[in-house]
Design a protein around this ligand. Structure first.
Ligand code: NAP
Length: 294
């Protein structure tokens, strides 16, 4: 486990909250949460830890031993962390993916705040989403959260696309059986994507394609995107990815991963502190921190 040294250490009065993932260099969660804690004068401190896969169990147990209040989990551990937790609740239990853990009385409880994160980011388009067909690029934890959010928002049908077709198939079967929503799946290749993407009312990128430092890539170009459709990129670094630039030029409504980032962080904050999150403070902190990368 290695500490992200861009952060100052906590003083020992403060309660610890963490992030585990790999990589975490692109993450701005520590900026977002520490800004909220400071704004409300709370005695908490958030630290990002880069954890190798063979150290995941030790990291989780270590955070409990250190009496952390909880922690976030990011790429690629949202599904892998499940087996180390005592209990999953709410959306995490439905999709077996966790991005927020609360440690209470020695028990580790897994939540998924990505689902409300996606819902809140898409609320301005709620009416357009009811009954619409959705295309999700990716078949990992973010794709599951997006699918559950879209089902809750009333989408009609979800198509999962993955470079590992068996994973897309598994997710499609899972949502068909458990959530009772119509689904299908496709293998990812440039030719099939360019042919199939256009009819969809909403497209969500739930892969890291386009993420800093490989920010010049996109799975879709403007000619594959329909004017008037909704395109959301879960990638938030950069704030406007190449996919979102292309979507904007195609005349689509664009939703940045930044909105989801702030809303999911706000829900995690609420779970750890039982307080109302200062959302505007958190958003400003995220934008300022993302400026470090440009
Ligand atoms: P994950 O569970 O590891 O899943 C990643 C998915 O992307 C997998 O289906 C993977 O395919 C696919 N993928 C990876 N590299 C690819 C490439 N070069 N080309 C095509 N597909 C590729 O990760 P996740 O947690 O779902 O996160 C996905 C992205 O969403 C990340 O960039 C993450 O930072 C972002 N995210 C943002 C927020 C937010 O708050 N804005 C929240 C959650 C996630 P294989 O399975 O074949 O490897």
């Amino acid at each position: 486990m290695s500490l992200n040294m861009t952060q100052k250490g906590p003083d020992n009065k403060k309660k610890l909250v963490g992030l585990i993932g790999r990589p975490v260099k692109h993450s701005v969660s520590s900026d977002v949460h520490n800004a909220a804690f400071n704004y409300l004068n709370l005695e908490y401190f958030y630290i990002a830890f880069e954890v190798k896969e063979d150290a995941l169990r030790s990291a989780v147990i270590g955070l409990k031993a250190l009496e952390a209040t909880g922690f976030n989990v990011t790429i690629p551990y949202k599904q892998k962390v499940v087996k180390f937790l005592d209990k999953l609740v709410d959306d995490a239990r439905t999709i077996k993916a966790v991005n927020t853990v609360v440690i209470k009385k020695g028990k580790m409880i897994g939540y998924n705040t990505d689902v409300p994160g996606v819902i809140n980011a898409l609320i301005p388009y709620k009416d357009m989403l009811s009954g619409c067909d959705a295309l999700i690029l990716g078949a990992g934890g973010g794709a599951s959260a997006a699918a559950l959010a879209l089902a809750k928002l009333g989408c009609n049908r979800i198509t999962f696309v993955s470079r590992t077709p068996s994973k897309a198939r598994r997710l499609a079967d899972f949502f068909k059986q458990r959530i009772k929503i119509s689904t299908d799946s496709l293998g990812l290749s440039a030719s099939n994507l360019s042919n199939i993407a256009k009819p969809y009312g909403i497209i969500i990128n739930a892969t890291p394609v386009g993420m800093w430092p490989n920010s010049d890539s996109s799975l879709l170009r403007r000619e594959h995107i329909r004017s008037g459709s909704i395109v959301m990129d879960m990638v938030y670094n950069p704030i406007e990815t190449v996919l979102l630039k292309e979507a904007r030029l195609a005349g689509a409504f664009c939703v940045s991963g930044l909105d989801m980032l702030v809303f999911q962080a706000a829900e995690s904050f609420r779970l750890w502190t039982s307080l109302e999150p200062p959302i505007e403070v958190m958003k400003r902190a995220a934008i300022e921190a993302l400026g470090r990368f440009s």
